[in-house]
Design a binder for this molecule. Structure first.
Ligand code: PGA
Length: 256
């Protein structure tokens, strides 16, 4: 069984102090949640304090980073290495987010390097893929996703693949308020599962968690999670508020 995952990507929001308050507020709202894996991905500068809170208070929250450099150490001004993240007990690292790809020029080859570095240091990558509006209009969605999946997962063994989470995030739905319909999202996640099956085997495809991301909110999470190939969500804007993020995490209670 694939355990659902709800991950919050706080992007470049919150000072270290604000991030601590947010995780504390969230923790109080979700303390009884057991059947959903909760992940918060604050900016680097908040990782240490949140890691300490998670450990001291034994929170049911995992820690994620938003990016990583692939070398362990050296003259790479401004970068953060996988060794540094592992030292802070980071569990997950987002790689290939569309903002990294489009603003900072991350190619599939770079994403592959980051992903390998994460796995080599016993952390789990959340690999983001997704098409732009233009690519969707030109009916290139499937080809783009295929290329992103194949190239980003180059040289990853099936054993390593068991630790990879994939997030389908159509670029046109990120931060725009436009959500893919549950059917559109499930079409893409089903395709991704088939691609993983063709690269590895059906068992790996069955256990790989595939999230949806792009304007996920408390009022659309339940219908997205109803889809058979959507195993969770990567949430941006709505994860910046403890109440709305907690509602998304507790999607099973919506409508009860
Ligand atoms: P959004 O961001 O929920 O604000 O659309 C999603 C993401 O970028 O992961």
């Amino acid at each position: 069984m694939r355990k659902p995952m709800i991950a919050g990507n706080w992007k470049m929001h919150k000072t270290a102090g604000q991030a601590v308050f947010l995780v504390q507020d969230l923790a109080g709202l979700v303390e009884r949640v057991k059947d959903v894996e909760i992940v918060v991905c604050p900016p680097y500068i908040a990782l240490k304090s949140i890691s300490t809170i998670i450990e001291m208070d034994k929170l049911n929250i995992c820690l994620g980073a938003q990016n990583v450099y692939w070398e362990e150490k050296g003259a790479f001004t401004g970068e953060i290495s996988p060794v540094m993240l592992k030292d802070l007990r980071v569990d997950y690292v987002i790689v290939g987010h569309s903002e990294r790809r489009h603003i900072f020029g991350d190619t599939n080859e770079i994403v592959n390097k980051r992903l390998k570095a994460v796995l080599a240091h016993d952390m789990k990558p959340i690999l983001c893929v997704g098409e732009t509006q233009e690519e969707r209009e030109e009916e290139k969605t499937f080809d783009i996703i295929k290329e992103q999946i194949f190239e980003s997962l180059a040289d990853i063994s099936s054993e390593e693949m068991e630790n990879v989470v994939i997030a389908y995030e159509p670029v046109w739905a990120i931060g725009t308020g436009l959500t893919a319909t549950p059917e559109q999202a499930n079409d893409a996640t089903r395709n991704i599962r088939a691609l993983v099956g063709s690269l590895y085997n059906p068992e790996i495809a069955m256990i790989t968690r595939i999230l949806y991301g792009g304007s996920v909110k408390p009022d659309n999470i339940a219908e997205l999670m109803d889809e058979p190939d959507i195993d969770g969500a990567l949430v941006g804007g709505a994860s910046l508020d403890a109440q709305s993020f907690a509602k998304i995490i507790k999607y099973q209670e919506i409508g009860e």
